[in-house]
Design a protein around this ligand. Structure first.
Ligand SMILES: Nc1nc2c(ncn2[C@@H]2O[C@H](COP(=O)(O)OP(=O)(O)OP(=O)(O)O)[C@@H](O)[C@H]2O)c(=O)[nH]1
Ligand SMILES: [Mg+2]
Length: 205
């Protein structure tokens, strides 16, 4: 759930990138970080290019204030490799918005499915309803020859029709479109939370 920093009138919201190993989560965050040299991205415990601990990028994107509260956003990613479920669970716990980075490689369809089921399992384990969780899909690696058609990815991974963006994260394509969708959901979540957490009069100050 969002975090209120009353002294600064800030509401902090977390966007967490999830998805199968080598799907492109770190690539997305690196691309965002490159546009914001004032923020430092932490890549925790890596082994080669594989993320073991998660990535963390705190940014304040200067979104329109909501009832006088400024939105502060942090982006993070979980390690995609199957064995790091505990690390995934702890990062996911704080997620207000989830970005699922799917790999369009036909050989990674089982990995996509596993990662999606894993997210649902972890959220349920935390007493959250996956169907109520705000999610954006990114269909990454659209440059691959033989990329799975978008309609097939939609049908297989996103039957509920959540926002979905095609991307070639390695070239920065679709990275900011995805973030834009996620920020829209983050704003919705911040509004919902403020309406619930603050007395009605304070919320409209
Ligand atoms: N062809 C292609 N390769 C990509 C694209 N995006 C990322 N990659 C490559 O895929 C590999 C894995 O990308 P990462 O961003 O490290 O993947 P990750 O999801 O963070 O993986 P884990 O940390 O293991 O969970 C890297 O070699 C990237 O350069 C893309 O759009 N197209
Ligand atoms: Mg990574």
């Amino acid at each position: 759930m969002p975090n209120l920093i009353a002294s600064r009138k800030q509401i902090a919201v977390r966007i967490v990138y999830v998805g199968p190993g080598v799907g492109g989560k770190t690539t997305n965050l690196r691309h965002v970080a490159a546009q914001f040299p004032e923020y430092r991205m932490a890549e925790l415990a890596t082994e080669g290019e594989r993320t073991l601990g998660g990535d963390f990028l705190p940014v304040a994107l200067g979104a329109e204030p909501i009832d006088g509260w400024t939105l502060k956003v942090s982006l993070s990613s979980v390690p995609g490799q199957i064995q790091y479920a505990e690390s995934r669970a702890s990062v996911l716990k704080a997620a207000d918005v989830v970005v699922f980075v799917a790999d369009s490689d036909p050989l990674r369809m089982d990995a996509n499915r596993y990662a999606l089921d894993d997210v649902a399992r972890l959220l349920e384990g935390q007493g959250r309803d996956p169907a109520e969780t705000r999610v954006v899909f990114q269909y990454n690696k659209r440059d691959l020859a033989g990329a799975v058609p978008v309609a097939e990815l939609d049908a297989g991974l996103n039957p509920a029709g959540a926002p979905a963006v095609s991307a070639v994260a390695i070239d920065g394509i679709g990275v900011f479109e995805t973030l834009h969708e996620a920020l829209g959901l983050a704003m919705e979540e911040a509004r919902r939370y403020l309406a619930e957490a603050l007395p009605p009069r304070a919320a409209t100050v």
